[in-house]
Ligand binder design. Structure first.
Ligand code: ADP
Ligand code: MG
Length: 609
């Protein structure tokens, strides 16, 4: 054997290298990840040989990955004490296609115009070295006893040369003669290692200093992991010094191989201001980062999640652009989302107080899910919490508990949107529910009404705005006869004219003299108020034209009925005021100026008596 053998790259490798050198400009830094992965693989294999009792060279050499940068020489060297390569392995592994990956990678690269970051998944990661280097030197000695060391060298163009190298320790050093200084700078390399390779399970040093400190604990058994390790991991991954609200660590083998470690931060950054949270769940394949903040891994409404998902099932033919839409990603999304919602449900049952804290921070995201995600709506609806007429102030109930308290004759789940508990309890819409002993959910956020609107039902029970409840109290006409009530209603309708849709006697009022009720079927007063606010410029289309219901058992109505025969002008003024009061209660009165001047006139007339 001559001391300096020249070899040609296999045609496919030559073609691959041509593209790597001439067409890949983005993500050049991933060569560091690829070479570290290879070093870790080689170390892992050595560990396996040793534990299975195979004899290896330098059995006591510690397994670690040493990286040395030299700015003056414009080089970077990556050294491991792994299995190394024999002469034959050098040719097989670094000169021919041992894997079918390169053709697949070439096709992907052509289709995706130069996204190099996936090169490792095609089993051709080593060649990423040529993105950054114009010459690569590999010094390697196999762990097999009796093997010599070899030096492999190439400019990535004309082929490679192999010659013997004496006195090498077990393992491999890859030396890159860099095209640019960037990758000879220690700070830059440290940043790259932290980003992609922080969880590689062997100690990595950079110019002698330890770099990766945090372990990829998600691949370990839960029972072997100490609480402090989770804490340290979360602080690192979540950039959060406060303990998380929840942690879910789970493994699945079917339908997909998944190792996931997910955290819910104890605070929502969205509650603090206008910022929208961005999911910080990173996608790994065997502890190596594939995509940080992976898009499409979870639905948008779980954007508060942080952590990692590691799946060995990521196929070769996947690119970052298509990843989001790929069937695999959708499958991952479905499995992960379902698992996480199940977890929340269990936690909510096991520790309702802790769940209440979680819900106060992140509940708005779950509500968003109810409104927009049909697939998970049923699971999400179990996780909703609202204050109700039967909870204490500030405490909330689940819909399931609400349903369990429903009396037999109650067929629907009722809610009232109000500014706070006091106004919900004082709402005229609540009167009939209260009289019948039906519970009402109290909603304080206008968006909640949209959530209810999309929810439509829970466990087969329709969800209904109290305003729309088709309920009547069994009561007689006491203050007014049915006839009188009709006459009074006609008088008020005539007085109010087009501002009101219909005036009629009510069957649902106890203490209030009158109530304004939205007249359109699929609308409520509060919904109309919101639509109107959103459509300020848009003109009249959302102007309310409610029905007015009169309480035939209220003394005010009896007096008014009398007055309209004796002093029709004053009765009309009072009718106007009753209407405005009802609109105030329904949140429909926007400009109170007219009402105030009328009220003053009424006071003047009252005082003159
Ligand atoms: P992959 O890592 O997917 O197999 P690469 O192109 O990264 O593809 O590497 C090709 C092969 O070269 C590896 O499978 C391995 O056999 C060999 N190899 C690369 N780096 C090392 C190393 N540091 N030590 C031992 N073998 C290595
Ligand atoms: Mg590799």
């Amino acid at each position: 054997m001559s001391t300096n053998e020249k070899h040609q790259f296999q045609a496919e490798i030559a073609q691959l290298l041509d593209i790597v050198i001439h067409s890949l400009y983005t993500d050049k830094e991933i060569f560091v990840r690829e070479l570290i992965s290879n070093a870790a693989d080689a170390s892992e294999k050595l560990k396996f040989l040793q534990t299975s009792g195979t004899e290896v060279v330098d059995p006591d050499a510690p397994l670690g990955i040493a990286i040395v940068t030299d700015e003056a020489a414009k080089t970077i060297a990556i050294t491991d004490a792994g299995i190394g390569m024999t002469h034959g392995e050098l040719i097989d592994n670094l000169g021919t296609i041992a894997h079918s990956g390169s053709r697949a990678f070439l096709e992907q690269i052509k289709a995706n115009k130069g996204d190099a970051s996936l090169i490792g998944q095609f089993g051709v990661g080593f060649y990423a070295a040529f993105m950054a280097a114009d010459k690569v030197t590999v010094n390697t000695r196999s762990c097999k006893p009796g093997e010599e060391g070899w030096k492999w060298e190439s400019d990535g163009k004309t082929g490679y040369e192999i010659e013997p190298a004496a006195n090498l320790p077990r393992g491999t050093t890859i030396l890159l003669h860099l095209k640019e200084e960037e990758f000879a700078k220690a700070d830059r390399i440290r940043e790259i290692i932290k980003r992609y390779s922080n969880f590689v399970p062997f100690p990595i040093t950079l110019n002698g200093e330890a770099v990766n400190t945090v372990q990829a604990i998600w691949t370990r058994n839960k029972s072997d992991i100490k609480e402090e390790e989770y804490t340290e991991f979360y602080e690192y991954m979540g950039h959060d010094s406060e303990a998380p609200a929840y942690r879910l660590h789970f493994n699945a083998d079917a339908p997909l191989s998944i190792r996931a470690l997910l955290f819910v931060p104890s605070r929502s950054i969205e509650q603090l201001g206008m910022t929208r949270a961005e999911s910080e769940v990173h996608l790994y394949c065997r502890k190596v980062l594939i995509e940080s903040k992976a898009k499409g891994l979870f639905p948008e409404w779980l954007r508060f999640l942080r952590g990692v998902v590691d799946s060995e099932d990521l196929p070769l033919n996947i690119s970052r652009e298509t990843m989001q839409d790929s069937a695999l990603m959708q499958k991952l999304n479905r499995v992960l989302t379902g698992r996480f919602l199940k977890f929340l449900d269990e936690e909510a049952k096991a520790d309702p107080e802790n769940y209440a804290k979680f819900f106060a921070e992140h509940g708005h995201c779950l509500k968003e899910g109810v409104a927009i995600d049909y697939e998970h709506r049923a699971a999400l609806s179990k996780l909703l919490r609202f204050e109700s007429s039967l909870t204490e102030k500030g405490k909330q109930t689940s819909l399931a508990d609400y349903v369990s308290r429903m009396p037999d004759e109650q067929k629907e789940i009722y809610f009232i949107l109000a500014a706070n508990r006091e106004s919900a309890e004082a709402s005229p819409y609540f009167e009939v529910l209260k009289a019948k002993g039906f519970e009402a959910l109290f909603l304080y956020d206008p968006r909640d009404e949209f959530v209810m609107d999309h929810l439509r039902e829970f466990e087969g029970k329709p969800v209904q705005a109290a305003e729309k409840a088709d309920l009547a109290l069994d009561q007689e006409f006491t203050a007014l006869s049915e006839e009188e009530a009709k006459g009074l209603a006609a008088f008020i309708k005539e007085t109010l004219g087009e501002r009101v849709h219909e005036v009629r006697a009510s069957k649902r009022l106890v203490g209030s003299p009158a109530v304004a009720v939205e007249s359109e079927k699929f609308m409520t007063s509060s919904m109309r108020r919101i639509l109107k606010a959103m459509n300020r410029e848009g003109g009249q289309s959302f102007e309310a034209k409610p029905d007015l219901e009169l309480n035939p058992n209220h003394a005010m109505m009896a007096s008014l009925e009398k007055m309209r025969h004796t002093d029709a002008a004053l009765a009309a003024k009072v009718a106007e005021q009753i209407f405005d009061n009802a609109r105030v209660a329904a949140g429909l009165l926007e400009d109170p100026r007219e009402m105030l001047s009328r009220m003053n006139e009424l006071l003047v007339q009252l005082l003159a008596k």
